[in-house]
Design a protein around this ligand. Structure first.
Ligand code: UQ1
Length: 445
Protein backbone atom coordinates (compact mmCIF):
# COMPACT_ATOMS: atom_id res chain seq x y z
CA UNK A 1 0.00 0.00 0.00
CA UNK A 2 2.77 2.36 0.93
CA UNK A 3 4.46 1.50 -2.30
CA UNK A 4 1.39 2.18 -4.41
CA UNK A 5 0.58 5.52 -2.84
CA UNK A 6 4.10 6.82 -3.01
CA UNK A 7 4.47 5.82 -6.64
CA UNK A 8 1.09 7.25 -7.60
CA UNK A 9 2.05 10.51 -5.94
CA UNK A 10 5.27 10.67 -7.82
CA UNK A 11 4.05 9.53 -11.20
CA UNK A 12 0.38 10.45 -11.41
CA UNK A 13 -2.55 8.23 -12.30
CA UNK A 14 -0.63 5.85 -14.54
CA UNK A 15 0.92 4.34 -11.44
CA UNK A 16 -2.50 3.44 -10.09
CA UNK A 17 -3.40 1.53 -13.24
CA UNK A 18 -0.07 -0.27 -13.43
CA UNK A 19 -0.65 -2.05 -10.12
CA UNK A 20 1.78 -4.90 -10.74
CA UNK A 21 4.80 -2.76 -11.51
CA UNK A 22 7.33 -2.42 -8.76
CA UNK A 23 8.84 0.82 -7.55
CA UNK A 24 12.17 -0.31 -8.93
CA UNK A 25 10.90 -0.48 -12.48
CA UNK A 26 9.42 2.99 -12.11
CA UNK A 27 12.79 4.24 -11.02
CA UNK A 28 14.26 2.75 -14.17
CA UNK A 29 11.63 4.40 -16.36
CA UNK A 30 12.18 7.74 -14.68
CA UNK A 31 15.93 7.62 -14.92
CA UNK A 32 15.98 7.00 -18.66
CA UNK A 33 15.11 10.24 -20.34
CA UNK A 34 13.21 10.03 -23.58
CA UNK A 35 14.20 11.51 -26.92
CA UNK A 36 11.57 12.36 -29.52
CA UNK A 37 11.81 13.66 -33.07
CA UNK A 38 9.74 16.42 -34.64
CA UNK A 39 10.15 18.26 -37.89
CA UNK A 40 9.57 21.59 -36.16
CA UNK A 41 9.80 22.40 -32.45
CA UNK A 42 8.22 25.68 -31.39
CA UNK A 43 9.27 26.93 -27.98
CA UNK A 44 6.54 29.13 -26.48
CA UNK A 45 2.77 29.18 -26.88
CA UNK A 46 2.13 32.87 -26.40
CA UNK A 47 0.96 35.26 -29.10
CA UNK A 48 3.91 34.40 -31.36
CA UNK A 49 4.24 30.66 -30.70
CA UNK A 50 0.54 29.84 -31.01
CA UNK A 51 -0.08 31.97 -34.08
CA UNK A 52 2.84 30.69 -36.07
CA UNK A 53 2.41 27.03 -35.03
CA UNK A 54 -1.09 27.14 -36.46
CA UNK A 55 0.13 28.97 -39.57
CA UNK A 56 2.69 26.19 -40.09
CA UNK A 57 0.01 23.54 -39.59
CA UNK A 58 -2.36 25.27 -42.00
CA UNK A 59 0.29 25.21 -44.72
CA UNK A 60 -0.70 21.57 -45.24
CA UNK A 61 2.94 20.52 -45.38
CA UNK A 62 2.98 18.64 -42.08
CA UNK A 63 1.59 15.37 -40.76
CA UNK A 64 -0.04 15.22 -37.32
CA UNK A 65 2.57 15.59 -34.56
CA UNK A 66 5.28 16.76 -36.98
CA UNK A 67 5.14 20.07 -35.14
CA UNK A 68 5.71 20.24 -31.38
CA UNK A 69 4.86 23.16 -29.11
CA UNK A 70 6.59 23.55 -25.75
CA UNK A 71 5.24 25.76 -22.98
CA UNK A 72 4.95 25.23 -19.21
CA UNK A 73 1.91 27.52 -18.79
CA UNK A 74 -1.61 26.48 -17.82
CA UNK A 75 -3.13 29.72 -19.07
CA UNK A 76 -2.71 31.81 -22.20
CA UNK A 77 -3.21 35.55 -21.64
CA UNK A 78 -4.16 38.36 -23.98
CA UNK A 79 -1.61 40.68 -22.43
CA UNK A 80 -2.42 43.82 -24.47
CA UNK A 81 -5.71 43.79 -22.54
CA UNK A 82 -4.07 44.35 -19.17
CA UNK A 83 -3.94 48.13 -19.75
CA UNK A 84 -7.71 47.97 -20.13
CA UNK A 85 -7.92 46.12 -16.80
CA UNK A 86 -5.87 48.95 -15.26
CA UNK A 87 -8.48 51.40 -16.57
CA UNK A 88 -11.40 49.29 -15.28
CA UNK A 89 -12.54 48.58 -18.85
CA UNK A 90 -12.06 44.78 -18.77
CA UNK A 91 -11.94 41.92 -16.26
CA UNK A 92 -8.66 40.09 -16.27
CA UNK A 93 -10.41 36.68 -16.17
CA UNK A 94 -12.00 37.42 -19.55
CA UNK A 95 -8.59 37.89 -21.17
CA UNK A 96 -7.27 34.37 -20.58
CA UNK A 97 -8.04 30.85 -21.82
CA UNK A 98 -6.72 27.46 -20.68
CA UNK A 99 -3.69 27.04 -22.95
CA UNK A 100 -4.45 23.41 -23.84
CA UNK A 101 -7.81 24.52 -25.34
CA UNK A 102 -6.04 26.79 -27.83
CA UNK A 103 -3.71 24.13 -29.25
CA UNK A 104 -4.85 22.15 -32.29
CA UNK A 105 -4.74 18.40 -31.57
CA UNK A 106 -2.51 17.87 -34.62
CA UNK A 107 0.24 19.71 -32.76
CA UNK A 108 2.18 17.77 -30.13
CA UNK A 109 1.95 19.84 -26.94
CA UNK A 110 4.65 19.48 -24.30
CA UNK A 111 3.42 21.24 -21.18
CA UNK A 112 6.93 21.72 -19.83
CA UNK A 113 9.67 24.33 -19.75
CA UNK A 114 12.98 24.32 -21.61
CA UNK A 115 16.09 23.49 -19.61
CA UNK A 116 18.57 24.06 -22.45
CA UNK A 117 19.06 24.55 -26.16
CA UNK A 118 21.67 22.31 -27.79
CA UNK A 119 21.66 23.73 -31.32
CA UNK A 120 24.79 21.90 -32.40
CA UNK A 121 22.81 18.67 -31.91
CA UNK A 122 19.48 20.09 -33.14
CA UNK A 123 18.04 19.36 -29.74
CA UNK A 124 16.06 21.05 -27.00
CA UNK A 125 16.23 19.60 -23.50
CA UNK A 126 13.07 19.87 -21.42
CA UNK A 127 13.01 20.38 -17.67
CA UNK A 128 11.86 16.78 -17.12
CA UNK A 129 15.09 15.60 -18.79
CA UNK A 130 13.51 14.51 -22.08
CA UNK A 131 14.93 15.85 -25.29
CA UNK A 132 13.31 16.90 -28.54
CA UNK A 133 15.21 16.62 -31.81
CA UNK A 134 14.19 18.93 -34.63
CA UNK A 135 14.82 19.80 -38.23
CA UNK A 136 13.81 23.38 -37.47
CA UNK A 137 13.50 25.22 -34.18
CA UNK A 138 11.34 28.29 -33.59
CA UNK A 139 12.13 30.24 -30.45
CA UNK A 140 9.22 32.32 -29.12
CA UNK A 141 8.99 32.17 -25.32
CA UNK A 142 8.57 35.93 -24.77
CA UNK A 143 10.43 38.20 -22.39
CA UNK A 144 11.12 37.92 -18.67
CA UNK A 145 9.65 40.55 -16.35
CA UNK A 146 12.20 41.15 -13.65
CA UNK A 147 10.27 42.38 -10.62
CA UNK A 148 13.32 42.20 -8.39
CA UNK A 149 15.15 44.63 -10.69
CA UNK A 150 13.71 47.37 -8.47
CA UNK A 151 14.48 47.09 -4.79
CA UNK A 152 11.33 46.92 -2.67
CA UNK A 153 9.03 46.36 -5.66
CA UNK A 154 8.02 42.71 -5.06
CA UNK A 155 7.13 43.53 -1.43
CA UNK A 156 5.22 46.71 -2.35
CA UNK A 157 3.23 44.89 -5.05
CA UNK A 158 2.34 42.08 -2.66
CA UNK A 159 1.28 44.51 0.10
CA UNK A 160 -2.45 45.09 -0.46
CA UNK A 161 -2.35 48.35 1.47
CA UNK A 162 0.57 49.83 -0.50
CA UNK A 163 -0.56 52.09 -3.40
CA UNK A 164 1.97 50.47 -5.72
CA UNK A 165 0.91 48.48 -8.76
CA UNK A 166 1.70 47.50 -12.35
CA UNK A 167 -0.35 46.57 -15.41
CA UNK A 168 2.50 44.30 -16.51
CA UNK A 169 1.42 41.14 -14.68
CA UNK A 170 -1.73 39.05 -14.36
CA UNK A 171 -1.47 39.04 -10.56
CA UNK A 172 -1.14 42.80 -10.26
CA UNK A 173 -3.08 44.36 -13.17
CA UNK A 174 -6.27 44.37 -11.11
CA UNK A 175 -4.54 46.20 -8.25
CA UNK A 176 -4.06 49.21 -10.54
CA UNK A 177 -7.59 50.59 -10.74
CA UNK A 178 -8.40 50.35 -7.00
CA UNK A 179 -5.25 52.38 -6.25
CA UNK A 180 -6.43 54.98 -8.79
CA UNK A 181 -9.99 55.21 -7.52
CA UNK A 182 -8.84 55.36 -3.87
CA UNK A 183 -6.64 58.37 -4.47
CA UNK A 184 -8.32 61.70 -3.69
CA UNK A 185 -5.31 63.98 -3.43
CA UNK A 186 -1.53 64.01 -3.57
CA UNK A 187 1.17 62.91 -5.95
CA UNK A 188 0.83 60.09 -8.48
CA UNK A 189 3.98 58.87 -10.20
CA UNK A 190 4.07 56.61 -13.28
CA UNK A 191 7.42 55.11 -14.23
CA UNK A 192 9.08 53.65 -17.30
CA UNK A 193 12.55 52.05 -16.97
CA UNK A 194 15.57 52.29 -19.22
CA UNK A 195 16.18 49.25 -21.37
CA UNK A 196 13.86 47.05 -23.37
CA UNK A 197 10.24 46.67 -22.29
CA UNK A 198 7.35 45.10 -24.12
CA UNK A 199 4.94 47.67 -25.51
CA UNK A 200 6.89 50.84 -24.81
CA UNK A 201 3.70 52.93 -24.85
CA UNK A 202 1.93 50.99 -22.10
CA UNK A 203 3.60 52.78 -19.16
CA UNK A 204 1.96 56.04 -20.18
CA UNK A 205 -1.34 54.44 -21.24
CA UNK A 206 -1.89 53.60 -17.56
CA UNK A 207 -1.18 57.23 -16.69
CA UNK A 208 -3.46 58.79 -19.30
CA UNK A 209 -6.41 56.65 -18.20
CA UNK A 210 -5.80 57.52 -14.54
CA UNK A 211 -5.58 61.22 -15.39
CA UNK A 212 -8.89 61.06 -17.23
CA UNK A 213 -10.51 59.17 -14.35
CA UNK A 214 -9.39 61.83 -11.84
CA UNK A 215 -10.41 64.63 -14.21
CA UNK A 216 -13.92 63.22 -14.53
CA UNK A 217 -14.08 62.85 -10.72
CA UNK A 218 -13.12 66.53 -10.30
CA UNK A 219 -9.83 65.58 -8.69
CA UNK A 220 -7.50 66.63 -11.48
CA UNK A 221 -7.07 69.77 -13.54
CA UNK A 222 -4.17 71.38 -15.34
CA UNK A 223 -3.82 74.17 -12.75
CA UNK A 224 -1.53 74.47 -9.75
CA UNK A 225 -4.52 73.92 -7.44
CA UNK A 226 -5.29 70.43 -8.72
CA UNK A 227 -5.95 68.07 -5.77
CA UNK A 228 -3.92 65.38 -7.54
CA UNK A 229 -0.69 66.08 -9.39
CA UNK A 230 0.91 63.66 -11.82
CA UNK A 231 4.50 62.88 -12.74
CA UNK A 232 5.75 60.71 -15.61
CA UNK A 233 9.22 59.50 -14.66
CA UNK A 234 10.94 57.77 -17.54
CA UNK A 235 14.41 56.46 -18.19
CA UNK A 236 14.13 57.77 -21.74
CA UNK A 237 14.94 61.35 -22.83
CA UNK A 238 11.56 61.60 -24.64
CA UNK A 239 7.92 60.52 -24.27
CA UNK A 240 8.14 57.89 -27.02
CA UNK A 241 10.80 56.43 -29.32
CA UNK A 242 9.25 57.68 -32.57
CA UNK A 243 9.52 61.44 -33.16
CA UNK A 244 6.13 61.90 -34.83
CA UNK A 245 4.18 60.43 -31.90
CA UNK A 246 6.55 61.65 -29.22
CA UNK A 247 5.98 65.24 -30.27
CA UNK A 248 2.21 64.92 -29.96
CA UNK A 249 2.46 63.04 -26.64
CA UNK A 250 4.74 65.69 -25.22
CA UNK A 251 2.28 68.36 -26.33
CA UNK A 252 -0.48 66.50 -24.47
CA UNK A 253 1.77 66.18 -21.40
CA UNK A 254 2.40 69.94 -21.32
CA UNK A 255 -1.23 70.82 -22.02
CA UNK A 256 -2.36 68.53 -19.21
CA UNK A 257 0.31 69.80 -16.83
CA UNK A 258 1.94 66.43 -16.22
CA UNK A 259 5.46 66.78 -14.85
CA UNK A 260 8.04 65.04 -17.04
CA UNK A 261 11.06 63.57 -15.26
CA UNK A 262 13.15 62.40 -18.19
CA UNK A 263 16.19 60.14 -17.84
CA UNK A 264 14.98 59.11 -14.38
CA UNK A 265 15.25 55.36 -13.85
CA UNK A 266 13.44 53.92 -10.80
CA UNK A 267 15.96 52.12 -8.63
CA UNK A 268 14.14 51.38 -5.39
CA UNK A 269 10.98 51.87 -3.37
CA UNK A 270 11.11 52.63 0.33
CA UNK A 271 7.69 53.12 1.94
CA UNK A 272 6.20 56.18 0.21
CA UNK A 273 9.50 57.16 -1.41
CA UNK A 274 10.60 56.34 -4.94
CA UNK A 275 14.33 56.60 -5.52
CA UNK A 276 15.50 57.25 -9.07
CA UNK A 277 18.93 57.22 -10.68
CA UNK A 278 19.52 59.95 -13.23
CA UNK A 279 20.67 58.24 -16.42
CA UNK A 280 22.90 61.17 -17.44
CA UNK A 281 24.58 62.06 -14.12
CA UNK A 282 24.03 58.89 -11.98
CA UNK A 283 22.69 61.25 -9.30
CA UNK A 284 19.98 59.86 -6.91
CA UNK A 285 16.63 61.68 -6.85
CA UNK A 286 14.04 60.86 -4.18
CA UNK A 287 10.32 61.58 -4.71
CA UNK A 288 7.48 61.05 -2.27
CA UNK A 289 4.32 59.49 -3.72
CA UNK A 290 0.71 58.76 -2.83
CA UNK A 291 0.35 56.42 -5.81
CA UNK A 292 3.06 54.67 -7.79
CA UNK A 293 2.57 52.78 -11.04
CA UNK A 294 5.75 50.87 -11.83
CA UNK A 295 7.06 49.21 -14.95
CA UNK A 296 9.72 46.67 -13.94
CA UNK A 297 12.82 46.14 -16.02
CA UNK A 298 12.62 43.29 -18.48
CA UNK A 299 15.10 41.09 -20.28
CA UNK A 300 15.76 37.86 -22.13
CA UNK A 301 14.88 34.61 -20.40
CA UNK A 302 17.86 32.99 -18.69
CA UNK A 303 17.63 29.82 -20.81
CA UNK A 304 18.11 31.93 -23.94
CA UNK A 305 20.71 34.28 -22.48
CA UNK A 306 22.84 31.31 -21.42
CA UNK A 307 22.51 29.50 -24.74
CA UNK A 308 24.43 29.69 -27.99
CA UNK A 309 21.39 31.28 -29.58
CA UNK A 310 21.77 34.60 -27.75
CA UNK A 311 23.00 37.92 -29.11
CA UNK A 312 24.98 40.37 -26.96
CA UNK A 313 21.82 41.49 -25.15
CA UNK A 314 20.64 37.93 -24.49
CA UNK A 315 17.84 37.83 -27.07
CA UNK A 316 17.77 35.39 -30.00
CA UNK A 317 20.30 36.48 -32.60
CA UNK A 318 18.18 36.52 -35.75
CA UNK A 319 18.43 38.41 -39.01
CA UNK A 320 16.27 41.57 -38.97
CA UNK A 321 14.62 40.75 -42.30
CA UNK A 322 14.42 36.95 -42.61
CA UNK A 323 14.02 36.15 -38.86
CA UNK A 324 16.50 33.31 -39.33
CA UNK A 325 19.27 32.80 -36.80
CA UNK A 326 22.55 34.42 -37.82
CA UNK A 327 24.57 31.30 -36.99
CA UNK A 328 22.17 28.33 -37.04
CA UNK A 329 20.22 28.26 -40.35
CA UNK A 330 17.53 25.95 -38.94
CA UNK A 331 16.71 28.22 -35.99
CA UNK A 332 14.18 31.07 -36.10
CA UNK A 333 12.66 33.54 -33.68
CA UNK A 334 9.68 35.85 -33.43
CA UNK A 335 7.96 37.87 -30.73
CA UNK A 336 9.48 39.41 -27.62
CA UNK A 337 12.41 36.96 -27.43
CA UNK A 338 13.72 37.90 -30.88
CA UNK A 339 16.64 40.33 -30.96
CA UNK A 340 15.05 42.74 -33.42
CA UNK A 341 15.54 46.52 -33.36
CA UNK A 342 11.83 47.32 -33.11
CA UNK A 343 9.22 47.68 -30.40
CA UNK A 344 7.99 44.38 -28.89
CA UNK A 345 4.21 44.13 -29.35
CA UNK A 346 1.49 41.69 -30.39
CA UNK A 347 0.99 43.83 -33.49
CA UNK A 348 4.64 43.22 -34.45
CA UNK A 349 3.94 39.49 -34.26
CA UNK A 350 1.11 39.80 -36.79
CA UNK A 351 3.75 40.91 -39.30
CA UNK A 352 6.62 38.66 -38.15
CA UNK A 353 4.80 35.31 -38.06
CA UNK A 354 3.85 35.11 -41.77
CA UNK A 355 7.42 36.08 -42.75
CA UNK A 356 8.95 33.46 -40.47
CA UNK A 357 6.54 30.76 -41.64
CA UNK A 358 7.11 31.52 -45.33
CA UNK A 359 10.90 31.50 -44.92
CA UNK A 360 10.93 28.34 -42.81
CA UNK A 361 8.82 26.50 -45.40
CA UNK A 362 11.09 27.73 -48.20
CA UNK A 363 14.08 26.53 -46.24
CA UNK A 364 12.52 23.09 -45.62
CA UNK A 365 12.16 22.72 -49.38
CA UNK A 366 15.69 23.93 -50.06
CA UNK A 367 14.48 27.13 -51.70
CA UNK A 368 15.74 30.68 -51.18
CA UNK A 369 14.17 32.80 -48.48
CA UNK A 370 11.94 35.40 -50.08
CA UNK A 371 9.95 37.00 -47.27
CA UNK A 372 11.21 39.97 -45.37
CA UNK A 373 10.09 41.70 -42.13
CA UNK A 374 10.23 45.49 -42.23
CA UNK A 375 10.07 46.04 -38.48
CA UNK A 376 6.31 46.75 -38.43
CA UNK A 377 4.98 47.27 -34.94
CA UNK A 378 2.16 49.21 -33.42
CA UNK A 379 1.18 50.81 -30.18
CA UNK A 380 -2.49 51.68 -29.81
CA UNK A 381 -1.83 54.40 -27.25
CA UNK A 382 -4.76 55.23 -24.97
CA UNK A 383 -4.53 58.96 -24.30
CA UNK A 384 -7.87 59.18 -22.43
CA UNK A 385 -11.06 57.11 -22.03
CA UNK A 386 -12.53 56.71 -25.54
CA UNK A 387 -9.44 57.87 -27.45
CA UNK A 388 -6.43 56.08 -28.91
CA UNK A 389 -3.46 57.34 -30.90
CA UNK A 390 -2.66 54.46 -33.28
CA UNK A 391 1.14 54.64 -33.56
CA UNK A 392 2.36 52.26 -36.28
CA UNK A 393 5.97 52.20 -37.41
CA UNK A 394 8.81 50.07 -38.73
CA UNK A 395 12.59 49.85 -38.49
CA UNK A 396 14.25 53.18 -37.92
CA UNK A 397 11.08 54.59 -36.34
CA UNK A 398 9.55 55.15 -39.76
CA UNK A 399 5.75 55.64 -39.52
CA UNK A 400 3.87 52.87 -41.40
CA UNK A 401 0.27 53.87 -40.90
CA UNK A 402 -2.51 51.54 -42.09
CA UNK A 403 -4.96 54.43 -42.40
CA UNK A 404 -2.30 57.09 -42.98
CA UNK A 405 -3.45 57.96 -46.49
CA UNK A 406 -6.78 59.10 -45.16
CA UNK A 407 -6.06 60.43 -41.67
CA UNK A 408 -3.24 61.52 -39.39
CA UNK A 409 -2.77 58.69 -36.87
CA UNK A 410 -0.95 60.88 -34.36
CA UNK A 411 -4.37 62.41 -33.60
CA UNK A 412 -6.09 60.35 -30.88
CA UNK A 413 -9.43 59.02 -32.16
CA UNK A 414 -12.52 57.25 -30.94
CA UNK A 415 -12.52 54.70 -33.78
CA UNK A 416 -9.04 53.56 -32.73
CA UNK A 417 -10.27 53.21 -29.15
CA UNK A 418 -12.85 50.68 -30.35
CA UNK A 419 -10.19 48.85 -32.35
CA UNK A 420 -8.12 48.56 -29.16
CA UNK A 421 -10.92 47.75 -26.72
CA UNK A 422 -13.25 45.59 -28.81
CA UNK A 423 -11.82 44.53 -32.17
CA UNK A 424 -8.26 43.50 -31.30
CA UNK A 425 -9.18 41.23 -28.34
CA UNK A 426 -11.91 39.63 -30.48
CA UNK A 427 -9.79 39.06 -33.57
CA UNK A 428 -6.94 37.84 -31.36
CA UNK A 429 -8.85 34.89 -29.90
CA UNK A 430 -10.97 34.22 -32.97
CA UNK A 431 -8.26 34.45 -35.63
CA UNK A 432 -4.75 35.39 -34.51
CA UNK A 433 -3.99 32.48 -32.18
CA UNK A 434 -5.49 30.16 -34.81
CA UNK A 435 -3.02 31.36 -37.42
CA UNK A 436 -5.61 33.27 -39.42
CA UNK A 437 -4.73 36.92 -38.75
CA UNK A 438 -2.03 38.98 -40.46
CA UNK A 439 -2.64 42.32 -38.71
CA UNK A 440 -2.75 45.25 -41.16
CA UNK A 441 -2.65 42.73 -44.03
CA UNK A 442 -5.96 41.26 -42.91
CA UNK A 443 -6.84 37.58 -42.88
CA UNK A 444 -4.35 34.89 -43.84
CA UNK A 445 -5.64 32.50 -46.49
C1 UQ1 B 1 -3.29 43.93 -34.68
O1 UQ1 B 1 -3.54 43.16 -35.61
C2 UQ1 B 1 -3.38 43.45 -33.35
O2 UQ1 B 1 -3.64 42.14 -33.11
C3 UQ1 B 1 -4.81 41.65 -32.85
C4 UQ1 B 1 -3.16 44.31 -32.29
O3 UQ1 B 1 -3.36 43.80 -31.06
C5 UQ1 B 1 -2.67 43.93 -30.03
C6 UQ1 B 1 -2.78 45.68 -32.54
O4 UQ1 B 1 -2.53 46.41 -31.59
C7 UQ1 B 1 -2.67 46.16 -33.88
C8 UQ1 B 1 -2.31 47.59 -34.11
C9 UQ1 B 1 -2.92 45.30 -34.94
C10 UQ1 B 1 -2.79 45.77 -36.36
C11 UQ1 B 1 -4.06 45.76 -37.14
C12 UQ1 B 1 -4.62 46.82 -37.75
C13 UQ1 B 1 -5.92 46.63 -38.43
C14 UQ1 B 1 -4.02 48.18 -37.73
Amino acid sequence: MTLLSSSSLAFGNKALFAGQTTLRSYATVRAASVSRNHRVVVVGAGAAGLGLSHQLLRSGKFAPKDIAVVDPAQWHHYQPGWTLVGGNLKNKEDLRRPLANLINSKLQFYNDSVAAFVPDQNTVTLSNGDSLCYEHLVVAPGISINYDSIKGLPEALADKSAPVSTIYGYETCDKVFPTISNLKKGTAIFTQPTGVVKCAGAPQKAMWLALDHWKRAGLYNASRNSPINITFATGLPVMFGVAKYSKELNRLREERNVEGLFQHDLESIDGDKAIFVRVDTQERVTKRFDLLHVVPKMGAHKFIKESQLADGAGFVDVDDATLRHNKYPNVWAAGDSAGLPTSKTAAAITAQAPVLVRNLLQSLEGKTLDASYNGYTSCPLLTEYNKVMLAEFGYGGKPMETFGRVIDQSVPRRAFFHLKKDFFPWIYFNAMVKGLWGGPNGFIR
